[in-house]
Design a protein around this ligand. Structure first.
Ligand code: SF4
Length: 378
């Protein structure tokens, strides 16, 4: 158990390091390729910088490049920041799979993929309006591990692990240890789902549900298949983007053979992510007959231009995936440096409408706790 330092909230629940959980999952024997890649993912800022040929500037290996990024942006570092950032990294460590690393440009400290995963001293900034739970996850708990925010849909926190740690993640402080783990533990929550006949779509989320092994997913899908009023199973996942080897025929079969209509919602933010093995993985999903939608987050200095968003949308539709949402950043503590103004987002969407077919323009949305759906920013 590691104290959650990111929020500065002393009442915040302690969480198990998600990295620890990941390791516990992947040390089993006879691992498939994707699990071996996850086991070998980069887990330190130092190694990440070294692999990209970026020069470290201090003795603290963990934070040197973060320091360099801050200096480049004109920020000053306060005494004690280094220790504070190290504490943050203990709770939410660097995690970058090799495939995602390969899509970064060496010796470019402003690489748009690198900036999504590289820790920064800005994560220590306290910004007005930013909080521990910006989207009201905790007030939406319907049963342990299940959230319900919108009519007809419920979301399962299937697992706390991911294959990458995005520094802007709105669930970076989520108390994953409070969600059931084994199928037996899920029993009472699945009972509640059975009793609520209004729910027709179940969303597998996390963390990232595709971190679960095929065997565990098969058991979970089997339980959900047996709930007659469920019609659709949606999967919110970044694995096809950052760890494309996860998209195996075996995985696709699990969903193809389900009674429930599957829908995969992937998460790519920049066109440089949609290349090589990632592009091939998207094609595999689309050719398996599974609708693939993408949601992106508008991130300052990473994808906040019309040209970048247009190219992202083009690459997606050329592969058969639909740009679904462009999210205004959820105001999670430690991520304020990623936020852009809403006016810029609106301008980008208007310009996209002039360049792309209607189906290729995502909805620009913000999640507001208590609202019956995402709020479109028009
Ligand atoms: S993959 Fe999703 S849940 Fe995981 S760290 Fe990134 S944004 Fe958060």
């Amino acid at each position: 158990m590691i104290k959650n330092l990111a929020s500065g909230d002393k009442t915040a629940p302690k969480t198990i390091s998600r990295d620890q959980e990941t390791i516990s999952v992947i040390t089993s024997k006879n691992k498939p390729q994707w699990q071996r890649e996850l086991a070998n993912a980069i887990r330190s800022a130092d190694l990440l910088c070294e692999r990209l040929g970026l020069k470290a500037i201090g003795s603290d290996a963990t934070t040197t490049q973060a320091k360099a990024s801050g200096a480049e942006a004109g920020m000053t570092q306060k005494d004690g920041d280094e220790a504070s950032l190290s504490a943050v990294l203990e709770q939410f460590p660097v995690l970058v799979p090799e495939s995602f690393l390969k899509r970064m440009t060496p010796q470019n400290p402003r690489d748009p993929l690198l900036l999504q995963v590289l820790p920064s001293f800005h994560e220590l900034d306290k910004a007005v309006g930013y909080s521990f739970d910006p989207v009201g996850d905790r007030q939406s708990v319907f049963a342990p591990g299940i959230l319900q925010k919108y009519p007809g849909r419920a979301l399962m926190i299937t697992v706390g692990q991911c294959a990458v740690h995005c520094r802007y993640c709105f669930r970076r402080n989520y108390p994953y240890h409070q969600s059931p783990r084994s199928l037996e533990q899920w029993g009472p929550s699945l009972d509640k789902l059975r009793q609520n006949r209004q729910i027709e779509e179940i969303i597998l989320s996390g963390g990232d549900p595709l971190v679960l092994s095929d065997q565990r997913l098969a058991k979970l899908i089997g339980q959900l298949d047996a709930i007659n009023h469920l019609k659709r199973i949606r999967v919110h996942t970044r694995l096809p983007i950052v760890l494309p080897s996860r998209v195996t025929e075996g995985l696709l079969d699990l969903f193809r053979h389900s009674r429930l209509q599957p829908i995969f919602v992937v998460h790519a933010n920049h066109p440089n992510e949609i290349v090589d093995d990632c592009a091939e993985a998207i094609v595999r999903m689309v050719r398996a007959g599974i609708p693939v939608l993408n949601q992106a987050v508008l991130l300052k200095g990473i994808n906040d231009t019309t040209g970048t968003q247009a190219e992202l949308c083009r690459r997606l539709i050329n592969l058969g995936a639909i740009p679904y949402y462009l999210h205004q950043l959820d105001r999670i503590e430690g991520a304020a440096h990623f936020e852009t103004g809403v006016a810029l987002g609106k301008k980008i969407i208007e310009e996209l409408k002039q360049q792309l077919p209607g189906y290729a323009v995502p909805k620009y949305v913000r999640e507001i706790p208590g609202e019956p759906g995402k709020t479109e920013l028009t």
